[in-house]
Design a protein around this ligand. Structure first.
Ligand SMILES: Cc1ncc(COP(=O)(O)O)c(C=O)c1O
Length: 402
């Protein structure tokens, strides 16, 4: 634990770059390294950079069992989501203009779909169940002859819940529409086998997996071929799907991060799950604590809890020595109750009382013990001051908890 800085428990917002990744990246920047333009075909500087980018592409592909030719570099998952959804919408617009997605997607998907909605596409917004999952039957019921793309995320960034993308993908295959999956929060945390999964496009982000910010990729299936219009035009890089000089250091960083994830994921996820369970057990004595999202179908590193009678912002303030968030980093600034928790049917009061705890590569047992003690103290203290937390509320919460 670093006494100078708050204890970092916000690994779903972003992760520190692994020092092994940073070391590889720094080899691609200066005069003595692979600084060349990977598209320079006339000299060894270009060839060296290009070789590194292609090794990195193979490393990204290997984590998800894809063909390296199916990986398109982007600036992150946001761009990958935009390319997959707008790209499919434009390519297929003569076939139909209907999109299916869910209310609990990341803003990168939601705002992309809203943008298309304003331009004449019809969007069906699925409501997840109270456990936060979108079911394949819901997708099947929403499909029409006009549907050209379905976008459902693998793991939710606020509540960590895992959707059954294999089942949803089967439904899309049978219907003949493209299936896009935002896997920013699952790559490196869950096994992904794109040779078997019926997914057409999949978005990845490097910085959720101990790689650099501003780096990501889109998987674009070759067989059966996913069809997309490019959004960024220029030198025709990335098979014409995404022009722009490749950022060698970013690609190399993402490749190394995904290589490490492939090698260490099973052991790392077991360790992180044990930490989460230790933390949850320590907090289980506290009444009025509600788990948001499915109890078991969730990634190891996430625990999203609502503390009845306490406002999440007040709790964050009381816990300034812990780096936490009330939801997604992108939404925290909005100040509104989490749209994800509201879509699950949580009341505004409970949605406002939520905190996302996320654990990662450098979280230790001592840290989770310390965090649990601090959270329990702060919740007790705030409840003692809260008019929302009178005797009746305590009795009810105790009954619910027992
Ligand atoms: C599920 C999900 N999708 C997309 C993104 C955006 O990723 P990036 O920051 O790489 O653009 C994030 C990260 O905030 C995310 O959690």
């Amino acid at each position: 634990m670093d006494a100078q800085r708050p204890l970092y428990l916000d690994y779903m917002a972003t992760t520190p770059v692994d020092p092994r990744v940073a070391a590889r990246m720094s080899e691609c920047l200066t005069r003595d390294g692979a600084f060349g333009n990977p598209a320079s075909a006339t000299h060894t500087y270009g060839a060296d950079a290009s070789a590194l980018v292609e090794t990195a592409r193979a490393q990204v592909a290997a984590l998800v069992n894809a063909d390296p030719r199916e990986i398109v570099w982007t600036s992150g998952a946001t761009e990958a989501d935009n390319l997959a959804i707008k790209g499919a919408a434009w390519f297929h617009e003569n076939r139909g203009r209907h999109i299916v997605t869910s209310r609990t997607e990341h803003k990168a998907v939601i705002d992309t779909c809203r943008w298309l909605e304003r331009r004449g596409w019809t969007v069906t917004w699925l409501e997840p169940g109270a456990d936060g999952r979108v079911e394949a039957e819901q997708v099947r019921d929403a499909l029409t002859a006009e549907t050209i793309v379905v976008a459902i995320m693998h793991v939710n960034n606020e509540i960590g819940v895992i959707n059954d993308i294999a089942a949803i993908g089967e439904v899309c295959r049978a219907h003949g529409c493209q299936f896009h999956v935002d896997a920013a929060q699952s790559a490196g945390k869950l096994p992904l086998d794109l040779q078997r999964l019926p997914v057409d496009t999949m978005a990845f982000s490097a910085h959720k997996t101990y790689g650099p910010k501003g780096a990501g990729a889109l998987f674009v299936r070759r067989e059966p071929r996913a069809r997309l219009e490019a959004l960024i035009h220029g030198g025709g890089h990335e098979r014409g799907l995404r022009s722009g000089t490749l950022a060698t250091h970013q690609a190399v960083g993402m490749g190394e991060a995904f290589r490490i994830a492939a090698a260490e994921m099973p052991e790392e996820q077991r360790r992180i799950l044990a930490l989460r369970e230790r933390f949850a057990t320590a907090l289980s004595k506290l009444p009025g604590v509600h788990l948001n999202g499915h109890p078991t179908e969730r990634v190891a590193g996430n625990l999203n809890l609502s503390f009845a009678g306490v406002h999440g912002d007040a709790l964050l303030l009381a816990l300034r020595d812990l780096a936490l968030s009330t939801g997604s980093a992108c939404n925290s600034a909005a100040g509104a109750p989490s749209y994800v928790l509201r879509a699950l049917g949580r009341s505004d009061a409970l949605a406002n009382a939520s905190i996302r705890f996320s654990f990662g590569r450098w979280t230790t047992e001592a840290e989770v013990d310390h965090a649990a003690t601090r959270v329990a103290e702060a919740v007790d203290r705030l409840r003692a001051l809260s008019p929302l937390w009178g005797d009746t509320a305590i009795d009810t919460a105790r009954k619910v908890a027992s």
